[in-house]
Design a protein around this ligand. Structure first.
Ligand SMILES: Nc1nc2c(ncn2[C@@H]2O[C@H](COP(=O)(O)OP(=O)(O)OP(=O)(O)O)[C@@H](O)[C@H]2O)c(=O)[nH]1
Ligand SMILES: [Mg+2]
Length: 231
């Protein structure tokens, strides 16, 4: 597993620099929205899914990474993202990747059967979306890994374990942590992920803040490398 600050690059291309990677993420534009899995367009493009607890900061992270104010809808009200929103990246005539903003799970006010339903959608998405190239799991380190985060990791672990899906865990809202808390959050995350790390697995952890932009360039580089190495 890598801490992106000292990331090695096992692929054949040298690591991307921030500027190039951020220019690429900036090309993101809205493609489509789906309320059901069978409405997702078939695609050959490598897809990167942003997943995590409701309110963890998924939509905000997409806006920050793409340097666009309102590409994905972010909100103070948890549960804002109800559909799967797809964004296309790369040259307009030759798109090279998709970002998927997924609805958050585990918000307390959501009824139990809605939660169960969502778990099923999530599991099915991760199972059937063969074009899935990477998962960005957003975890608020002040809340830690929840049961649903761990379940999600279990759903993806076969594909992460064999290297067909890459995983980046972003510890969000890191602007709210002091240095000691931030170090501890990274260590805890590495421990949780250690369980699913194999020879083939490409798993990284990074602190992230949309507010002070910590980890934004690093995260963009990781995603850019995934897509370049998938091509
Ligand atoms: N301090 C701080 N607040 C953040 C950061 N990122 C997101 N937030 C706030 O967290 C709240 C939730 O952000 P969203 O991006 O809407 O969260 P989400 O994960 O998309 O939530 P759902 O769509 O409900 O699943 C908003 O009030 C954001 O302003 C961050 O890096 N720092
Ligand atoms: Mg959202």
């Amino acid at each position: 597993m890598t801490d992106t600050n000292q990331a090695e690059n096992p692929g054949n291309t040298p690591p991307a620099d921030d500027k190039l990677a951020l220019a690429w993420t900036h090309t993101a534009r809205f493609l489509t929205t789906a309320s059901q899995l069978d409405q997702l367009p078939p695609t050959e493009l490598p897809e990167i899914a942003f997943v995590g607890r409701s309110n963890a900061g998924k939509s905000t992270a997409i806006n920050t990474l793409t340097q666009q104010k309102r590409l994905a809808f972010a909100s103070k009200t948890p549960g804002r993202t109800q559909h799967i929103n797809l964004f296309e990246l790369g040259p307009k005539l030759a798109p090279d990747a998709l970002f998927a903003d997924l609805p958050g799970y585990g918000y307390a006010a959501v009824a139990r059967d809605a939660k169960v339903r969502w778990q099923k959608v999530m599991a099915d998405y991760l199972e059937i979306r063969r074009s899935l190239a990477g998962v960005v799991l957003m975890v608020d380190p002040r809340l830690g890994f929840t049961d649903l985060d761990r379940q999600l990791l279990e759903f993806v672990s076969p594909r992460v374990g064999n290297g067909s899906v890459k995983l980046l865990v972003l510890l969000t809202k890191s602007d709210k942590l002091n240095r000691r808390e931030a170090d501890k959050a990274v260590a805890t995350a590495q421990e949780v992920l250690g369980e699913m790390t194999t020879e083939e697995a490409d798993v990284a952890v990074s602190l992230f803040s949309a507010l002070n932009k910590k980890g934004v360039g690093d995260a963009a580089c990781v995603l850019y490398d995934w897509v370049r190495n998938a091509a």
